[in-house]
Design a protein around this ligand. Structure first.
Ligand code: S3P
Length: 438
């Protein structure tokens, strides 16, 4: 998939059925490359997400002299260079659409001996970076951004970093991870406290690479000067990609879908909790642990959903799933209210505004608020929705067609390839009447 003119057109109706394995977890895929590159020895990854975002991370490490074989059907072999083995790239690192790559790399690169510039596409170039550059600078890092704190970022190497204790003002796994990665290079202990639980893949994976992480309550600490030892990583399917099928199956009468080998890390399962609160019919099967991460097959059957006030403690646990959940709310009986989710305004797009606009186009009453949205459930009509190049907005509206009264067309869908290569084909196989246009 390429070209910003890429459009989806989806015929109304249908149902989802069968067993679906969605691609690998994006967050875990990024981290597997980063830690594998910095480890001593050879790390073998399976289930790697061959999406543009995680491939941007992979390319960045190749540009810094790391030999990486693959990806080949999700298999990647990383020949680690050790914590101090990276080389200066001979051009800026282009991180495309990927905020995770840029924010985590800001921390990781702050401790190197060389300078690096990091750039991104139009969306990434609008995203706030002070949330990482400010605490990193208190550790001794020197990173310059634009006057408004956005990319490109210039990381000046050769700085001596020292550990800090940092209380994050927002619940962000990217900020936490960025500081912990800088902490690997810092003198002393780096501790990060979060106002609410966020995904803990960095902490789990560091431990998997033999690096000690002290975790107490809402605080995670690392002490600089250790080493990472290569390991094997089995990346589970991404619950954030599975979420579109979970919502699609919930809203489309007669649906019965099993999503296989999905990561169900407790810091990621807000979408399951929220759909269940709305009356969703979701069963976890074959729960197991794979490489330090909990995994299950998730069976979802159609259900009569009802609107809810979404508990604020679920927001960080479902932060990437709200575009899909808003479609569930649009199909539910009654009103759904989301609060405490201002972070949605600084994702790949302003997901509150863009979703509200799209819902209104297809005839759903949706009122944006500064930190959330109020959605009146009812019927979905037809129309042309602008995804604003946001992968998750595009996939969410694709699922809305299952309950629409007519054709749904979605513009600017090329970025679906950042997180979900093969979405159209997989969705077709499951029963969505989706086609590419444009
Ligand atoms: C991510 C953390 C989240 C999430 C993003 C991936 C990560 O971002 O939205 O898609 O891999 O750490 P924030 O930390 O900004 O909430």
């Amino acid at each position: 998939m390429s070209g910003s003119s890429l459009e989806f057109s989806i015929e109304a109706g249908g149902q989802l059925s069968g067993t679906v394995r969605v691609p690998g977890d994006k967050s875990i895929s990024h981290r597997s490359i980063m830690l594998g590159a910095l480890a001593d020895g050879v790390t073998r990854v399976s289930g790697f997400l061959e999406g543009e975002d995680s491939l941007a991370t992979l390319q960045a490490f190749r540009d810094m002299g790391v030999r990486i074989d693959g990806p080949d059907h999700g298999q990647v072999v990383i020949h680690g260079v050790g914590l101090h083995g990276l080389r200066a790239p001979d051009k800026p690192l282009d991180l495309g659409n990927s905020g995770t790559s840029m924010r985590l790399l800001a921390g990781l690169l702050a401790g190197q001996s060389f300078d690096v510039q990091m750039t991104g596409d139009a969306s990434l170039s609008r995203r706030p970076m002070r949330r990482v550059t400010e605490p990193l600078s208190t550790m001794g890092a020197r990173i310059t951004a634009t006057a408004t704190g956005t990319p490109p970022l210039q990381v000046h190497g050769g700085q001596l970093l020292h550990g800090i204790s940092y209380q994050m003002p927002m619940a962000s796994a990217q900020v936490k991870s960025s500081l912990l990665l800088a902490g690997l290079y810092a003198q002393g202990r780096t501790c990060v406290s979060e106002p609410a639980p966020t995904r803990d893949h960095t902490e789990r994976m560091l431990q998997g690479f033999g690096y000690s992480v002290e975790r107490q309550g809402s605080t995670a600490c690392v002490t600089g000067g250790g080493r990472l030892t290569a390991t094997a990583i089995d990346v589970p399917a991404d619950i954030s990609s599975a979420a579109f099928f979970m919502v699609g199956a919930s809203i489309a009468a007669g649906s019965d879908v099993t999503l296989s080998h999905v990561g169900i890390n407790p810091t990621r399962i807000g979408v399951i909790n929220i759909l269940r609160l709305m009356g969703g019919d979701i069963t976890l099967l074959n729960e197991r642990t794979v490489g330090g991460e909990p995994v299950a097959d998730i069976r979802v059957r159609a259900a009569a959903l009802h609107g809810i006030d979404i508990p604020e403690d679920q927001v960080p646990l479902a932060i990437d799933e709200f575009p899909a959940l808003f479609i569930a709310a649009a199909c539910a009986r009654g009103t759904t209210r989301l609060t405490g989710a201002e972070e949605l305004r600084v994702k790949e797009s302003d997901r509150i505004q863009v979703m509200a606009d799209g819902l209104q186009v297809v005839g759903v009453t949706a009122m944006p608020t500064p930190d959330g949205i109020v959605i009146e459930g009812g019927s979905i009509g037809r129309g042309v929705v602008d995804s604003h190049g946001d992968h998750r907005i595009a996939m969410a509206f694709a699922m809305a067609a299952l309950r629409a009264s007519g054709m749904i067309e979605i513009q600017d869908c090329a970025n679906v390839a950042t997180s979900f290569p093969g979405f159209v084909e997989l969705a077709q196989r499951a029963g969505l009447r989706i086609a590419l246009a444009g």
